[in-house]
Structure formats: C-alpha cells, structure tokens
Write a protein that binds this ligand. Structure first.
Ligand SMILES: Cc1cc2nc3c(=O)[nH]c(=O)nc-3n(C[C@H](O)[C@H](O)[C@H](O)COP(=O)(O)O)c2cc1C
Ligand SMILES: [Mn+2]
Length: 476
C-alpha cells in the first residue's frame, strides 16, 4: 500500500469505514471503538475528525485491522478469503517472498512539518485517554518503534505501547524478550542511549509486519518489501540516522538514556485486563517531530475479545504451523490461535497421529516456538477429525478423549509478561502452561469407540431423498 490514506480510501470503497465527527478524545473515542468492535455483524474501521479541542483534519483512525476482508486487503490478498484460505496463503507467501530492503529517498510527505527542540508539543495531536483506568493518555498504541541492533546492524520494527509523560516524553513500554527490548538492552549494557523512531500512523501493511513475530535478524522493512513486491520508501532521520517511512503520518525521533525511568501504565490491554499496575519504565525523549499536513493518529484500543487484534489469530496460526513443521513435527493438519485467548493464550493444533508420543511432541513444541511462546497458557492438541476452528468440536474432543490425570502436562517458569493478569506486578514475569492432549490415546487408537456420526455420503443420500421435505421448515 502507498500509505494509510490510500488504505482508508480502499476500505471506504469496500463499505468498511465509518466516519464520525465531534467525538471527545477523553474516553469517548476509546469506548466507541469497543462498542463497534464487539458488535455482531460488520465491525468497520473508524475515522474520527473534528475531535474535541483539535482543529479539523487532526484525525484518529481505529479498529484498522479488525476484519478479515481488511486484513486481506492489507496483505494484498483477495478480500473474500475464509480464515483457512488466509492462513494457507500467508504460509505460502512468507516462505516464497524475497526479502527486499527499504529504498532511501530524499524526502516525503512525513516531512511536510518539521518541529524540533523547545517547540515540540506532543499534545498537538489528539492523544486519547482510552479507558477509565488507564495511567494516562496513550500516544503510541497503533504505532511502530524502529531501532537498530548496535552489534548486528539490522533494523527492527515492533509495535509497542507508549504513554504520554509530558509534551516531549513518552513512557516506552516493551515487554521482556521482544526484539525492541533486546536491542535497547544492548545499548544500555554499553552505557549508551538507545536511538529510536516511533511512528504513530503508517501504512497498515508495514504495521502488520511490525505487530507480528517476524524472526530475530529479519527486518520488518525487508519482510514488507518482499510481501508487497516493492521496497518501502524511507528517509534517513536527521537525529538518529534511522530509516523513517516516507509516507508515515507522524514520526518521532528521539532516544532513551539508560537509567531514565518514570512510572508507566496501566493500559487496558489485549488480554482484557488492566494488569501491570504502574511501573518504572524507560522514557523516550523526543528530539524531532515530523508530520504530514492533517495527520492521522492510529489508535489501538485494547479490551477483551472480540477486538481489533484478532487479525493476529490468522497470522499467528500461519507462523505457528510453519514453526511446527520447521521443528520437524509431521502431519500437522490445522492450527488455530483462538480469539478467546486473544491470539496467544489458547492455541489448538490438529494432527494425524503417526507414532506414540506424536501428540505430546506437537503440544510441547507449539507451546515454546517463537510465534507462540510469549504468554501462551493452553495448547490443545486434537486429532485430524476435529476442526480447530470449531470451538464446540475442540471442547468435545477435550471432554471425550483427554484423561486429565495422564494427558494434561504442565510446565512452569515460562515466558510471560506484566500484561498477564496472573503475574503480580513487580514479580518476575513467569507463567505456567498446560499441554492438553485431547487426541485419542495412541495405544487405544484402533479400538477407540467409533464417533456416533453418519458418513457424509450417507447424509448426502438422506438429503437427496428427504432434503426438500426437511428444508421446508426454513420457509415456515
Ligand atoms: C496494537 C498492538 C499493541 C502492542 N503493544 C505492545 C506493547 O506495548 N509491548 C510489547 O512488547 N508488545 C506489544 N505488542 C506486540 C508486539 O508488537 C509483537 O509481539 C511484535 O512481534 C513485536 O515485534 P518484535 O517481534 O520485533 O519484537 C502489540 C501488538 C499490537 C498489535
Ligand atoms: Mn522483529
């Protein structure tokens, strides 16, 4: 996609955009998003203009990727894909794409306004107070943080939250173990400040890559260039030297000095809680602000599912399936990172059992590979006759094929974070997790009671003979 504006136009043409005026940045916009993204039926992207206290044109876009057609548009896929089509296509494309580094250009729309030094005032933008219990106004939610590995030289992009501390500073929260945290820690270990760029509105295709677990060492820029078949255009930041997307809506250049910590949080987050409390967090000091005329701030509103972040169920399912195969788990027939687990907490793997221990292998590995290891709590392994997308079928398999005393194993001291409502703020961020082996026990596979269900062929025969009479009920 060229930029966020082209994306908005396309979404409007698809009938998936709702434009609203005169909403208040103070709680209203956050709640409108929650109502819209949790309603049954269409859940449009939201574009707010004439926001209270702000000049016309200073807009907010929200619920950006909160529908499968919008996700397909963003990935460059046909917009009528079903979940399984998306997952298959993402797997194929991400295997075949040619990593394509960004292209440096002299200037671009993001440079329409340049503000430095004492003139910087982040409240120029309609920074929302999103939830009643948030620790403050959150400026970076649907955002991207761009950093360079000081030893290896590659550029990472991650979506990490940022709370407005004052007119020139942001509490820059990155969870333990994320690429941004690892790179930032490398600067701090050398006693050096960590330079970074934070963008607050950008091409959703780049944002998609920024918010997903692309492997360590691969720049999300290069991945996006490959996905869209042309390099992302970037401008070299005057302060940091980092590549800034030329069409970003708003970009902030600055740095984080070791030991410069201030309280951050809580923010109502994707698991559906205000966890984490308020904790000391590295502060991002803004040195330069660039923005387009009439900039659009991308706001992500965290809350219990259904929510915008469910788009990550589709991508994570594809990534997890790939990682299982790469780790040597054979005969994976389906993967679903369930929306009720906010795409991370409950993952379902379907396999065709081929050997004793196969189901345990699938579950243990699925609970630890990169795309799923962070904050996972339940991995459920089912046989191939169970559709992982069908929650009732998965629960039925658990209820009828899993002997809890022998087929639920737990692990403790695994990778979690302050966003986990079971983690006590200030304590080490471990969690425990369960592998629920809901496959028919291997040693009973042959004699396991047959499922009480007619064959599709016999059902079809019955419908041929009786279908008209049965379906009359729909017309009554
Ligand atoms: C809207 C949104 C907000 C997010 N906020 C955070 C955050 O505040 N901190 C964090 O560590 N990860 C956050 N994530 C998850 C990361 O973006 C995700 O794990 C991504 O893979 C991180 O990039 P990395 O793999 O390069 O570290 C968020 C994701 C989304 C979609
Ligand atoms: Mn990364």
């Amino acid at each position: 996609m060229k930029d966020l504006r082209e994306w908005i136009k396309k979404v409007e043409d698809m009938g998936e955009l709702l434009s609203l005026e005169h909403a208040d940045w103070n709680l209203e916009i956050g709640c409108i998003e929650e109502v819209v993204s949790q309603r049954p039926g269409k859940r449009p992207a939201l574009l707010f203009d004439n926001i209270k206290d702000y000049p016309p044109g200073y807009r907010i876009v929200s619920n950006v990727l909160g529908s499968l057609p919008r996700l397909c548009l963003t990935a460059g896929f046909p917009v009528d894909y079903k979940p399984v089509d998306f997952i298959n296509r993402w797997r194929k494309v991400s295997k075949e794409l040619k990593l394509t580094p960004p292209k440096f250009v002299k200037t671009g729309p993001v440079m329409e306004n340049v503000i430095t030094g004492g003139d910087i005032n982040l409240l120029k933008f309609p920074v929302p107070l999103v939830h009643h219990l948030d620790g403050g106004r959150y400026i970076a939610t649907g955002a991207m943080s761009i950093t360079r590995d000081p030893d290896e030289g590659w550029v990472n992009i991650g979506t990490y939250r940022g709370q407005l501390i004052d007119k020139q500073s942001i509490g820059w929260y990155i969870s333990p173990g994320k690429h941004g945290t690892l790179q930032r820690a490398k600067y701090f270990d050398k006693g050096k400040p960590c330079p970074a760029v934070i963008t607050l509105g950008q091409d959703p295709t780049l944002y998609l890559a920024s918010s997903m677990e692309i492997p360590w060492g691969i720049s999300e820029y290069d991945f996006t260039g490959g996905l869209q078949g042309k390099p992302v255009e970037v401008i070299k930041g005057a302060y940091t030297g980092l590549p800034i997307p030329a069409t970003a809506e708003i970009a902030l250049e600055g740095e984080c000095v070791p030991g410069d910590l201030l309280p951050e949080g809580p923010y109502g987050e994707w698991p559906g809680y205000h966890a984490s409390g308020s904790m000391p967090c590295p502060v991002f000091r803004v040195k330069a602000v660039y923005h387009r005329n009439k900039p659009i701030l991308h706001v992500y509103v965290g809350h219990r599912p259904p929510a915008e972040h469910l788009y990550r169920s589709y991508i994570r399912s594809a990534l997890l399936w790939d990682e299982l195969e790469a780790a040597g788990v054979p005969e994976v027939k389906g993967v679903w990172c369930h929306e009720a687990g906010s795409t991370r907490l409950i993952n379902i793997i379907a396999i065709k059992q081929r050997f004793a221990g196969h189901s345990r292998q699938a579950g243990m590995i699925a609970s630890q590979v990169h795309s799923a290891a962070y904050m996972n709590r339940f991995t459920i392994v089912v046989d191939e006759d169970v559709d992982p997308f069908d929650t009732d079928a998965v629960l039925w398999a658990m209820a009828t094929r899993c002997d809890p005393a022998t087929n639920i194993v737990t692990m403790d001291r695994c990778w979690s974070s302050n966003l986990d409502p079971l983690v006590t703020p200030g304590e080490p961020t471990f969690n425990s997790r369960a592998i629920i082996d809901a496959c028919r026990p291997w040693e009973k596979l042959k004699e396991f009671p047959k499922v009480t269900e007619r064959t599709p062929e016999y059902k079809a025969e019955i419908m041929k003979k009786w279908g008209k009479k049965i379906l009359r009920i729909d017309k009554i």
